[in-house]
Design a protein around this ligand. Structure first.
Ligand SMILES: Cc1cc2nc3c(=O)[nH]c(=O)nc-3n(C[C@H](O)[C@H](O)[C@H](O)COP(=O)(O)OP(=O)(O)OC[C@H]3O[C@@H](n4cnc5c(N)ncnc54)[C@H](O)[C@@H]3O)c2cc1C
Ligand code: SF4
Ligand code: SF4
Length: 630
């Protein structure tokens, strides 16, 4: 992509040149996720000597330790949406005396099971091979570990195990780390402060700009206009996750290494649930599922102490369905007889969704350049074979911290060359890189179906990545058929046209009526755990999006939306924030957006100037969920 296209992506109107306040720092970080937490936790401990003198000196405040600032979009430092079960190797390196009892909701992994869920309703779309397999399992169920329409796998490959690891709540863990980091007194973390762009001069990143306030939905100055402050720093650290706008900006400006792309994604949606008091599930139980509600959808259930569970599903980009509602599918998954016997009588505590970048090493951007470095999932760290992202993100953050300390101590500037020799070199020789290489092509089989995908994972995992299927991932927008095509053997085109008109008139998406039509049972709402999508927004912890900010989701070419048939942005929106608008345009309601970022890659129209991108611009904004347990 060239820089002109980047200007367009920004969707910022021409604001006359305004005086912006400026601040100087030594290091500025974008986002406070596990990656930046790993960076700050490692760095903050080493900036001051035991006698209280600076171990290294600030360039902007001589005599003091380096000034390190971190800006987080969400309203709290404990925001995060994740599983989490983790081996916690990198976390334990940073905190060798880690006492899990200090972290609310943390517990050691005690039991792991992988389950293949059969479809009790015969409503899912299963290939002939899968149907044959299901028939075989049902016929021989008396001799198999089969109960309540679920087959427990007798053997699971070692690369999937998290033995010796922990079950965490990411929100609680981030709050705990945030407290540790801030206690050190050497770094500042500012929640509720979205970063709007990196400041780039020539090919050097010189800091960041905070979001303008007092603007209308389109970003035009209105009453109380307060231009975002510029923070200039010798080093900008970008740990803004898989769909972060600053990462997108750097990819657009510096491009990505040849052959790299981000075409594999998933949206993960989760509930935190109070289990019934007499639950037989012990803390530390880890269940992983596949096969239902659609064969392509994976599920997880992790048990915390105190009869609380984190559970959810992943809807991947290679699921060729225009009916991609994670919310309704999550409810059907919970209602599967094997899981429902544990969940019945439970109560929703919180809810959330977030995009997972599943391209792994193939999605790796340039990791460092003059004045900047990239860490975490946005830098391709998530391991797509082992399903592990937190520990890897943390590890990349702490590798960068060690590198930064080395450069500060030897008084070397943060140039591309120096960052590559220190940070990138550390990363290349670490376990994160070794395991990422094994994982790189492990999921390519899913490009051609679930059975091939699972076989490919097993092959890659068991041969150390030597045997894989090499199916280059195609763009999500190129995969998804029209609704008519997808349902051609189940619902006629005429009927779909009628249903579409009815839904349009009601202003609701099409997926629910289509799912009803093909045999999915109605959800028996109970007001506790099975609640409407809108109720989940409220019960899940939706916070108000502050007024005076521009919309962070924008539709770039109206003509593309107008001719777009599937309007998948409305079908899959995790917060029901995108609905029918006027003249064939979608309408975005910032109040309902939970910042999952899934619309960015689910949109079915590629940009004419760059097929790696879609017709949606997704930037940092305020609001979203306040979900310290997710
Ligand atoms: C449902 C689900 C289940 C998962 N389960 C597991 C699991 O069991 N085990 C595991 O290891 N991993 C799991 N993962 C993956 C794991 O959560 C991620 O790999 C990990 O969180 C990545 O960390 P990160 O710091 O790179 O990015 P993130 O966690 O995405 O953090 C990035 C932060 O940057 C902030 N940000 C973005 N843009 C801006 C901006 N412009 N200004 C300011 N702030 C900004 C975001 O708000 C966010 O807080 C799961 C993910 C999901 C969605
Ligand atoms: S945003 Fe994308 S999916 Fe939604 S209507 Fe526009 S082109 Fe279609
Ligand atoms: S509009 Fe918001 S909630 Fe909906 S998919 Fe996009 S980011 Fe997620």
């Amino acid at each position: 992509m060239n820089r002109i296209d980047w200007e367009m992506l920004q969707t910022i109107p021409d604001i006359p040149k305004v005086e912006r306040q400026q601040m100087e720092a030594d290091i500025v970080c974008v986002g406070f996720g596990p990656a930046t937490a790993g960076f700050l936790a490692t760095l903050s401990k080493q900036l001051i000597n035991a006698d209280g003198t600076p171990a290294v000196e600030s360039a902007v405040m001589p005599g003091l330790p380096p000034q390190v600032l971190c800006y987080e979009r969400a309203d709290d430092i404990g925001f995060g949406v994740s599983g989490v079960v983790t081996k916690a190797r990198a976390l334990r390196t940073t905190f060798p005396d880690l006492d899990q009892a200090q972290i609310p909701m943390a517990t050691p992994v005690r039991e792991e099971k992988v389950l293949y869920l059969l479809d009790p309703h015969h409503a899912s779309r299963r290939s002939a091979a899968l149907r044959l397999g299901d028939a075989f399992i049902r016929a021989f169920r008396w001799m198999l570990p089969f109960e309540l329409n679920a087959l427990k796998l007798l053997w699971t490959p070692p690369f999937l195990h998290k033995r010796g690891g922990m079950v965490l709540s990411l929100g609680q863990f981030m709050q705990w780390v945030g407290a540790q980091v801030q206690c050190a007194g050497t770094v500042q973390i500012w929640p509720g402060t979205p970063v709007s762009q990196a400041l780039i001069e020539g090919d050097k990143v010189v800091g960041i700009r905070l979001l303008d306030q007092g603007v209308d939905k389109m970003g035009n100055p209105s009453a109380g206009f307060a231009p975002g402050m510029d923070i200039r720093a010798a080093l900008t650290i970008v740990g803004d996750g898989p769909v972060g706008f600053i990462g997108q900006q750097l990819d657009a400006h510096f491009d990505v290494p040849a052959g790299h792309h981000k075409r594999d994604w998933a949206v993960g949606m989760k509930f935190v649930v109070d289990l019934p008091e007499n639950t037989p599930l012990k803390p530390g139980t880890v269940l992983h599922t596949f096969g239902y509600p659609e064969p392509e959808i994976f599920g997880f259930l992790y048990v915390h102490p105190g009869c609380v569970a984190s559970l959810g599903i992943f809807v991947p980009s290679w699921f060729d369905s225009p009916v991609r509602t994670a919310y309704r599918y999550l409810q059907h998954w919970m209602l599967h007889p094997y899981l429902w016997r544990y969940l019945q009588g439970g109560k929703l505590r919180s809810w959330g969704a977030r995009t997972l970048g599943e391209s792994g090493q193939r999605g790796e951007p340039y990791l460092a350049g003059d004045g900047y470095a990239r860490i975490g999932e946005g830098s391709g760290s998530t391991n797509v074979l082992t399903g592990s992202g937190v520990d890897e993100a943390w590890a990349t953050g702490s590798q960068l911290a060690e590198a930064v300390l080395e450069l500060l101590k030897t008084k070397k500037p943060f140039t591309k060359q120096n960052l590559e020799a220190s940070y990138v070199a550390r990363r290349r020789t670490s376990w994160v890189e070794r395991e990422a290489q094994v994982a790189e092509k492990s999921r390519d089989g899913f490009q051609r179906g679930v059975i091939r995908g699972l076989t490919g994972m097993a092959l890659a995992g068991l041969t150390g990545g030597r045997l894989t299927f090499n199916h280059e991932p195609v763009h999500p927008w190129a995969r998804i058929p029209s609704v008519e095509e997808y349902y051609r053997d189940r619902v006629s085109a005429e009927e779909i046209a009628k249903l579409r008109e009815v839904c349009k008139a009601k202003g609701v998406p099409l997926h629910s009526v289509l799912m009803d039509k093909v045999g999915w049972p109605a959800i028996p709402f109970d007001g506790r755990l099975l609640v409407s999508h809108q109720d989940a927004l409220l019960m899940g912890g939706k916070v108000q999006a502050s007024s005076g900010y521009a919309d962070h989701v924008r539709f770039l070419y109206p003509e593309l939306c107008q001719k777009c048939g599937a309007k998948i942005c409305m079908e899959m929106c995790s917060g029901q924030a995108i609905t029918f608008g006027e003249n064939g345009m979608p309408n975005f309601d910032r109040e309902k957006c939970i910042h999952c970022g899934a619309c960015l890659w689910n949109c079915t129209q590629p940009l004419p100037c760059d097929p790696e991108r879609t017709n949606i611009s997704f930037k940092a904004g305020t609001g979203g969920l306040h979900s310290v347990e997710n």
